[in-house]
Design a protein around this ligand. Structure first.
Ligand code: SAM
Length: 348
């Protein structure tokens, strides 16, 4: 994770493979979850490496692990601040502002660390001067050091955990796509109303038919069209596309899906229109074939029924949305050409 200050590596000392397996695993998991890019462990432990790589494989991110490193060499060769977490150090709140930018090496011990570390480190930092644990010290340090930005990092793993009030909602993404049931779980968990869900199912039917005709990525279109209105869980205004992209990225969905969702409104919104809605001036006009398909399919479905495009165009004109009218017409022309059939003629 780039925190704008360079990368963060954790150096774990004194790991005893038999006794410390669990706690060193936790040090590595905390490092990964709270914004570090890698961990180096002074003792060789192939099993630990495998455990962490499996987590990275399932839950995503590009966190790396290396065991059996010479800690002296790592510290001596480190170009950037070396921060040793120890109950004997200076207070975290007194030191944080002094740490220079660059790649940082954060050292945590096990039972007892070699005295030499105190001299080799640029900063000996305490998280409170009471004895506790390397897991807690590392978590608190990373939270403060990253100014809590770790919470916004994106892992884009195969497995997504959706925050749930009760129980567990786990979504397994198969090569970036979801099946219908999982899409329904995501929509319900986000708080979408039933009529939004029904509308999404009809748009999906049409969008998949269009994808078939145009030889587009059908799985991508199916997933994104099921989720295209997820932003309606927070607003029914034209900004629901932008909000949908934001929600999906926060949940950990791949960019390909988030991007289709945020570009589906009104034939796509230009940067000035976004600005007019009080949002960042971002150009959200559909660019890829899949983005265009979901955008047009949405225009061809009103509520949960297919509708003639001319009716939707009429509505846009009555609202004085000249740009959107032109974009939708152009989208229709373009897709009719690519699909070799007018999408309006496709049966559901
Ligand atoms: N007496 C041991 C020492 O510092 O040499 C403490 C060992 S403690 C169980 C294991 C690790 O937890 C330490 O090496 C240190 O990295 C971390 N730790 C424990 N308490 C801490 C505190 N108050 N502040 C910062 N780090 C702490």
């Amino acid at each position: 994770m780039s925190m704008g200050k360079g990368e963060i590596t954790v150096l774990r000392l004194g790991h005893r493979p038999q006794r410390d397996k669990r706690i060193t695993t936790h040090v590595a998991l905390v490092a990964r979850a709270f914004g570090a890019n890698s961990i180096q462990i002074s003792e060789k432990d192939a099993e630990l490496e495998k455990t962490i790589r499996d987590v990275v494989d399932r839950f995503g991110g590009d966190f790396s692990i290396e065991t059996g490193v010479s800690w002296k060499k790592v510290i001596r060769q480190w170009e950037g601040p070396v921060i040793h977490l120890t109950m004997y150090g200076e207070r975290l709140e007194d030191v944080l502002g002094n740490i220079e930018k660059g790649d940082v090496l954060v050292v945590v011990g096990a039972e007892k660390v070699p005295g030499e570390i105190f001299k080799l480190a640029d900063y000996n930092v305490s998280v409170g001067n009471q004895p506790h644990s390397e897991v807690a010290a590392l978590a608190l340090f990373l939270d403060r050091f990253t100014e809590a930005k770790w919470a916004g990092q994106r892992f884009e793993g195969k497995r997504i955990i959706l925050p749930s009030r009760k129980g567990k909602t786990v979504i397994d993404i198969d090569e970036g796509y979801l099946d219908r049931e999982d899409c329904l779980k995501v929509l319900r968990e986000a708080g979408c109303e039933q009529d939004v869900i029904k509308h999404s199912e009809v748009v999906t039917k049409l969008a998949v038919k269009m994808a078939e005709a145009c030889e587009a990525d059908q799985d991508l279109v199916r997933t994104a069209s099921m989720l295209h209105d997820i932003g309606r869980s927070v607003t029914h205004g034209p900004e629901h596309g932008y909000q949908g992209g934001r929600i999906l990225r926060k949940m950990g969905f791949p960019e390909s899906i988030a991007s289709i969702v945020e570009r589906h409104v009104g034939g796509g919104l230009g940067a000035q229109e976004l600005k007019g809605l009080g949002l960042p001036a971002k150009d959200l006009v559909p660019v890829t074939l899949e983005e265009k398909i979901v955008c047009l399919a949405d225009k061809l479905v009103d509520d949960n029924q297919k509708v003639r495009l001319e009716i939707e165009i009429q509505k846009l004109m009555e609202k004085g949305l000249e740009k959107a009218t032109q974009r939708v017409k152009e989208l229709h022309r373009e897709l009719t050409k690519i699909c070799c059939i007018d999408p309006e003629e496709l049966d559901l």
